[in-house]
Design a protein around this ligand. Structure first.
Ligand code: MG
Length: 456
């Protein structure tokens, strides 16, 4: 049983490598947890996790929609490099031909080099064919729905109108999504009424079964992506309505996981992070989440599309406190590789930074910039406090048509979190600095072949 932290002189003890758990929500917004200001969703377990660990306030998903965001998380690379972003289809669909290219290295493959066991539970969305599934991408096992829970729709009526006019009409049977164990379909349509519950139980069981060797658990909930489903115990539990019920069930699972880690003596040797793949899907009214003070949501390169809650927990490892430094889901690849003592691949560009020093000692983050891609195109860049929008475009009928800005619009996103006050005219020197960064970035950028475009 591990009783003491594995930091020796402020560094990881190589003989006692930590376990890693990534809990990834789907379409959960920056303002959807009580610890991030939500007044009517009650998330006591995540709030405690934030209190005992680090709450990051400038942490970003790798893209503003599911597939590229997940590719970024698991490869530590901008999805434009792997071809997992597209302006033809923004995500993979049940009839998509391709998936994550086999020459990409996932975090699971990376940690396997150090002998980690690994499991993927939940939404995958990096290709549903056997060769693209988690078990062919470094994970020892997979249990989950391989893409979004609103796909394979076999219900009647216009989907969006149904959602907007009669929210209660949505039934789990209307979505013929498969539930897989490894590469086999074990249930179809997956019963989504209790899917979050089942994912949470599977995560707890996995931890108990793997307490004796280093493990990496990737728990990617299908929810709170619409259509929303919660198990019976949680229906009606939240003042926020069904969306709140769903988030509270996810929160409850976080509580079960942390409790299990404590009971199994693993809490001093496990790093847990909770975050989300992209911002709220706003057109779905009360069935969508909230980006809090941030502008817009899913699909856009405004802050609401990509800035996410991010809570790191690991008593004895993670130094508690609030962190307003920059971070990205891509950094998990690099950070966890470093903590596990695995060198980074040398034959490719890795965009992730090692956040260990910030996590262990509250040192400044090595990340100073965020690149906001929409599909394969760079729309905006943040350097330090400042964010320049070269192109803006709303999504799903909100927040305007595509617009090119020359000079770019400039916002100080720490002082003006809602991106209301364009200060480009006052800071030509900052725009010049950001343009130089864009030039450097593009000078060695090789865009991967679009993996999302082809469908059967
Ligand atoms: Mg999503």
């Amino acid at each position: 049983m591990v009783l003491c932290p594995t930091l020796i002189h402020g560094q990881i003890d190589p003989s006692n490598r930590p376990n890693f758990i990534i809990i990834f929500a789907d379409d959960l917004g920056y303002g959807d947890l009580s610890s991030y200001g939500n007044p009517s969703i009650n998330t006591p377990h995540l709030d405690r996790m934030a209190h005992e660990g680090q709450k990051w306030t400038n942490f970003y998903a790798g893209a503003s929609v599911c597939t590229p965001s997940r590719a970024a998380l698991l490869t530590g690379r901008l999805p434009v490099r792997s071809g997992m972003s597209s302006n033809i289809h923004r995500v993979l669909f049940p009839d998509s031909k391709n998936g994550l290219p086999t020459n990409e290295i996932t975090l699971a493959e990376q940690l396997k080099k150090a002998g980690y066991a690994s499991a993927c539970i939940g939404k995958w969305h990096l290709g549903h064919k056997a060769q693209y599934l988690p078990t062919n991408n470094g994970f020892d096992s997979y249990f989950g729905i391989p893409y979004s829970n609103d796909m394979d729709y076999i219900g009647h009526g216009d989907y969006k109108e149904l959602v907007q006019q009669n929210l209660k009409a949505l039934k789990t049977e209307d979505y013929n999504v498969p539930l897989l164990r490894n590469t086999e379909i074990i249930e179809r349509p997956a019963n989504q009424n209790n899917i979050t519950k089942r994912y949470n139980e599977a995560a707890v069981a996995y931890i108990k079964e793997h307490k004796d060797k280093p493990f990496f658990l990737y728990l990617a909930h299908n929810l709170p992506h619409i259509p929303l489903f919660a198990s019976e115990h949680f229906l009606g539990s939240s003042k926020r309505g069904l969306y709140g019920d769903v988030v509270e069930e996810i929160d409850n699972g976080v509580g079960q996981i942390l409790k299990t880690l404590k009971e199994e003596g693993l809490s001093a040797n496990t790093v847990v992070i909770f975050t989300s793949d992209n911002g709220p899907w706003l057109p779905f009214k009360t069935h969508s989440g909230s980006a809090g003070p941030l502008k817009a949501g899913k699909g856009t390169t405004w802050e609401g599309g990509m800035r996410e809650p991010a809570i790191f927990w690991g008593p004895g490892l993670i130094e508690p406190g609030m962190v307003s430094e920059l971070g990205s889901t891509m950094d998990l690849f690099t950070t966890f590789s470093a903590m596990a003592g695995v060198g980074l691949p040398k034959d490719r560009i890795i965009d992730g930074k090692d956040l260990s020093e910030t996590l262990f000692h509250h040192k400044p983050s090595p990340r100073n910039s965020i690149l906001y891609y929409r599909g394969p195109e760079l729309y905006a860049v943040r350097v330090g406090d400042y964010k320049a929008h070269f192109i803006t475009q709303g999504e799903y009928g909100q927040f305007g048509e595509r617009e090119v800005h020359d000079p770019p619009m400039l916002y100080n996103v720490n002082q003006d979190i809602s991106e209301n006050f364009n200060i480009a005219a006052e800071h030509p020197e900052i725009i010049a600095q950001i343009k130089k960064l864009v030039e450097d970035h593009k000078s060695d950028l090789v865009k991967g072949k679009d993996q999302l475009a082809e469908r059967e």
